[in-house]
Write a protein that binds this ligand. Sequence first.
Ligand code: NAD
Length: 423
Amino acid sequence: MATPQKHYDFYKVVQDYLDRAATVVDLAPHVRTILNQPKNEIIVNFPVRMDNGEVRLFKGYRVQHNNLLGPFKGGMRYHPQVSLDDVKALAAMMTWKSALMRLPFGGGKGGIKFDPHSVSRHELQKITRRFTHALGENIGPDFDIPAPDVGTNSQAMAWMMDTYSNMVGSNQKQSVKGVVTGKPVASGGTLGREKATGQGMIYCLIEWAKERGFELEGKTMVVQGFGNVGSNAAVILSKLGVSTIAVGDHTGYLYNPEGFNAHKLQDHVKANGSIAGYPNGKAITREEFFATKTDIFAPCALENQIDDAEARAINATVVVEGANGPTTPSGEKILLEKGVEILPDVLANSGGVTVSYYEWVQNKRSESWSEEEVDERLEVAMKRAYRDVSDMARNKKCDLRVAAYAVALQRIEAVYKEREIFP
Ligand code: NAD
């Protein structure tokens, strides 16, 4: 259950990958310099009166990494471990994802350092609204567009959108729906967004499997994190005949060699907030979880989960990174030396931002697309991105993570070369 205790400098890790990819594509030094730091780092401290009458001060972040290709775009995380450096790392990764997926977006990320499970629904609403108000004009449908991440969901997005629309003139209320994505469908969200990140992971995995001649039906999967990303990936894979035999979250780990019913486990988590208390599984330790023999290992919780010990323990053919930054560089080295393939976060979990883009387009056009249309577009986008990354890896003889960064950097560099630097 515990996260490895060694200090993990996530932002430095992202910068190191940026360096490696920059070398691979011979990136112009001035582009490397620009991308080294975010454009804006916003910190807001805001008070909220809690249910017991006391006033508590919260610290919120919004990091705007780059907006060359379009508005800053990225999730809002509510978690006790949120820090400026981690948000910087996540914001930079959003810049690479948007570029890799050919979206007219840049990269941003934000969050609040607190445990959302420790407050009431009423308090959660007040915290979300006050945070949105504190950010003020630092967000906007054509400037910076938040979305859900760890600890936030479509409900939080509905509160953000509603708060923002009450901060603009009444003649603008309808045109600012796109200030956030991942909203509930009735409030301007899109069909297919809830499952989009898990769905995108699976499209990516299918394309990888096709390239490798790997038959998915009858295979097994192990999933760390059974929230939005992990549970939807498990549900979608179960329809392709893949059984989930071990799961874990912040409360512990469960094993079932017969395979969990992913739908029922997802319902249990929605009703209870975690996998704790789910009857059809045997409790195992974190160590046993990572050592479970499986075909597919899907880290879908947090960063810094697969370090050296976990990488040595993992007994899988492929790791599909639903989470951002789940594998440390030394963990990655061990996995690759063992011949375990890694479908990296920047590629594998970019279905979320891609369907967020579809939501934003629908808001702009006052349209609502069918779930089939959303899925079809996502499938084309994910499979194309996989092939772009796979081709880069083959041509430059690098791993898929460096290749994903490299494809993104080439696209960003092309625009910097055309537009040059102001003034
Ligand atoms: P979520 O809040 O819905 O779920 C998070 C899961 O991680 C929960 O099951 C939680 O119990 C588990 N978890 C938290 N701390 C843990 C710990 N210490 N050990 C084990 N498990 C732990 O969040 P989510 O939206 O599913 O996001 C999961 C990951 O996917 C994050 O890295 C996020 O940045 C990434 N991601 C999310 C999206 C999206 O659209 N939601 C898009 C791209 C990437």
